[in-house]
Design a protein around this ligand. Structure first.
Ligand SMILES: [Zn+2]
Length: 393
């Protein structure tokens, strides 16, 4: 366990504080670029701004060109020591084009506001600032290589960046996710686990009939789907952290017609890989087995994000971060989330992950989204010292 000296903390914090104005300038620029997932024009501008930040801050950077999603940014700060640390972030937001104009980046007392300020544009900027300070404060032969992947499709579960994330995670000793730690002002949290998710659409095709004259000839798609709804909901196991939610149901055309069509949309969340397997097995069986003779069932979907369980390796990363935070004079708590991040992908290939290492803020995905200005210097200091700890490990 690495515990920095008071002198080292003062030195890093002073350097971090000196970055604050620049970080806010760079963040303002990024927040004021609309970059919803799939909007290539805005995402290109965001990527361009980040590439410029990388070069100014002494990182090597390249665009990973995409055809459907926006191009991803991959940046590196080579170190003289064997070993790599992966840092993840995403440029895409959930806000439609026009949001940045309607409510641009603003400073509001102790807070910054604007679309993506907390999820997670400040985190992107903070991560690159950490690389600059890390290179400035420590000699190359004491630094491991930092690899940054900033993608453009995290909000839709990273279809075009997943393979690259997995590949980099396999080669890295640890992964730091620069998503924000959602907490009350003045407190700090990081995440050591996140739930995984799965999404399915199940459709039943029966045979229509007049419900009065020819009821017997009909094959009810709704009846088949109803059986499935009950079987799916029964997969919920709160103790194990598994939830099943049939969130949408459709079917039938009138009260006097045996329904030909019915369908459902299902969301699962799970905490462990065992539960992930149980869900997949059950859904495959439900697709195969029908209760109403003559009804055909088709199913699409599957696991959208694997779970990120609280492994010992993740917990050890938290203990290290906590030791640093304690030496810095602040508390750091460990938390979990029902929502996923790209940390889930890194965790699934066996890389230890510490998530929520960006700034502190709250109300992501809403107009109230906000980031604590005081967290910029504190989190940057923590991040640099964590890179130091991982380089010594
Ligand atoms: Zn995010």
């Amino acid at each position: 366990m690495y515990v920095p000296s008071k002198k080292e903390i003062v030195q890093v914090r002073r350097a971090a504080a000196g970055q604050e104005a620049k970080i806010l300038r760079e963040t303002k620029k990024l927040v004021n670029i609309d970059s919803p997932t799939g909007y290539r024009e805005g995402l290109s501008k965001a990527a361009e701004a980040l590439m410029a930040n990388c070069l100014r801050r002494g990182l090597q950077a390249e665009l990973l060109l995409q055809t459907v999603q926006g191009d991803h940014v991959r940046a590196t700060l080579p170190g003289g020591k064997e070993g790599r640390i992966l840092l993840l972030g995403h440029m895409d937001t959930v806000f439609p084009v026009g949001t940045a104009k309607a409510r641009p980046f603003t400073l509001d007392g102790d807070l910054a506001r604007g679309p993506g300020v907390e999820d997670m544009k400040t985190g992107l900027v903070l991560g690159l600032a950490a690389a600059e300070l890390f290179a400035h404060l420590y000699p190359a032969n004491e630094r491991k290589t930092l690899v940054y992947l900033y993608n453009t499709d995290e909000e839709i579960r990273s279809p075009s960046s997943r393979a690259t994330i997995e590949e980099e995670a396999r080669r890295s000793q640890a992964c730091i996710v620069l998503e924000s730690g959602q907490a009350e002002p003045g407190s700090g949290v990081v995440l050591t686990s996140r739930k995984g998710s799965a999404k399915y659409t199940v459709e039943a095709l029966g045979k229509p009939a007049h419900s009065g004259a020819n009821h017997k000839d009909g094959r009810s798609a709704i009846e088949e789907i109803a059986w499935k709804v009950l079987a799916i909901q029964a997969l919920t196991n709160y103790e194990k952290g598994t939830t099943a939610n049939v969130g949408v149901i459709r079917g039938g055309i009138g009260f006097n017609v045996v329904p030909e069509h019915a369908s459902i949309e299902v969301d699962f969340r799970m905490t462990t890989v065992d539960e992930q397997h149980r869900i997949v097995r059950t859904m495959e069986r439900l697709a195969r087995e029908t209760r109403v003779q003559g009804v055909k069932v088709t199913m699409t979907g599957g696991i959208t994000r694997p779970p990120m369980p609280r492994t010992e390796a993740n917990a050890a990363l938290f203990e290290q971060a906590k030791a640093i935070a304690k030496a810095m004079g602040g508390p750091l708590a460990e938390t979990t989330s029902g929502g996923g991040s790209d940390g889930n992908l890194a965790a699934a290939v066996g890389c230890p992950v510490l998530d929520g290492m960006g700034v502190i803020g709250r109300h992501a995905h809403t107009p109230e989204e906000q980031m604590d200005l005081a967290s910029v210097t504190e989190r940057l200091t923590l991040l640099v010292l964590m890179l130091r700890a991982l380089s010594l490990a």
